[in-house]
Design a binder for this molecule. Structure first.
Ligand code: UTP
Length: 288
């Protein structure tokens, strides 16, 4: 596996689709069963070999950093009560000291701008970007699948999945070239095309391994669709000068930034849990 030592988690968005739940609580902290969404993403990054977790946060998001800290009073109370199993689980969830870095995106100017805010922390090496909203169930975690593929391709690799034609306007869509197993050559990227204008049904979802050359394009702060600085626009400029592939990952993705997707993620995650699945299935049966 190539080492993707650093992963950026852009978490400065406003989360308007999940209001009013996200008025005070960052959407990344909404629980899926008993873990905040962001914890699934951090665990996935760790499984891919990530050593430095970079959160690009915004105002009102400091509890994300708190979540990955030791909760001293709680830990002491659990120890005093002899709840060692709970304490053990919580302690192992806390990343090693010095591996979590937070920086601020002072204004929510778009995903491209959020990634650019991490440029000094990345330097000159390939890095991952994970959109926490995208929760992925997979036997081998999606970022680990991608890190393995990236060891072969180098350059840039984005996770893609086929979406229904009528949904292309919700995603960045790949103009595909040659296909080789899970790899799809990317000849172009189109942000949110209408179904009739979409070059394929391959949608880019929230997992990327990028060459640091992308910062050279993000530096220009070009404003794109929706008046935001788009990551897609900067990635597009790398096509042709560097390898650029889509990766059809094995697994199932849930969009937790959307109400229905979030509910589905909770149901699927609970059903897949050995400690809850059977009982929860019985509960669900009552609603059929
Ligand atoms: P979304 O498009 O989901 O936007 O951003 P959002 O603000 O989070 O949510 P809605 O659409 O208003 O409900 C995709 C990802 O990019 C991050 C978000 O946190 C999310 O992970 N993002 C977006 C930033 O970090 N900064 C931005 O300026 C915009």
């Amino acid at each position: 596996m190539t080492l993707i030592r650093k992963v950026v988690f852009p978490v400065a968005g406003l989360g308007t689709r999940m209001l009013p739940a996200t008025k005070v609580l960052p959407k990344e902290m909404l629980p899926v069963v008993d873990k905040p969404i962001i914890q699934y993403a951090v665990e996935e990054a760790a499984a891919a070999g990530c050593e430095t977790f970079i959160f690009v946060t915004g105002r009102g998001k400091t509890i994300i950093e708190d979540h990955f800290d030791r909760a001293v009073e709680l830990f002491e109370a659990l120890a005093a009560k002899g709840k060692d199993d709970v304490l053990g689980g919580l302690s192992s969830d806390v990343p090693k000291p010095g591996t979590v870095i937070a920086t601020r995106q002072q204004e929510a100017r778009g995903l491209g701008h959020a990634v650019w805010c991490a440029r000094q922390l990345i330097g000159d090496e390939p890095f991952g970007v994970m959109l926490v909203d995208d929760l992925i169930h997979a036997e081998t975690p999606c970022m680990a699948q991608m890190a393995r593929a990236h060891a072969e391709t180098g350059g840039n690799l984005v996770a893609v999945m086929e979406v229904p034609q009528e949904h292309t306007a919700r995603y960045g869509i790949v103009d595909p070239g040659r296909e080789d197993g899970p790899l799809v050559e990317v000849k172009g990227l189109v942000e949110k095309p209408a179904p009739e204008a979409a070059p394929s049904r391959y949608a880019v979802i929230g997992r990327y391994i990028l060459d640091s050359a992308v910062f050279g394009h993000l530096d220009r702060h070009e404003v794109g669709a929706g008046g935001e600085i788009q990551l897609t626009d900067a990635m597009e400029k790398l096509i042709g000068s560097q390898p650029f592939f889509g990766y059809r990952f094995a697994g199932r993705r849930f969009d937790c930034g959307d109400k229905l997707g979030y509910l589905e993620a909770i149901v699927a995650t609970a059903l897949a849990r050995p400690d809850l699945g059977a009982d929860f299935a019985a509960v669900l049966d009552q609603y059929r």
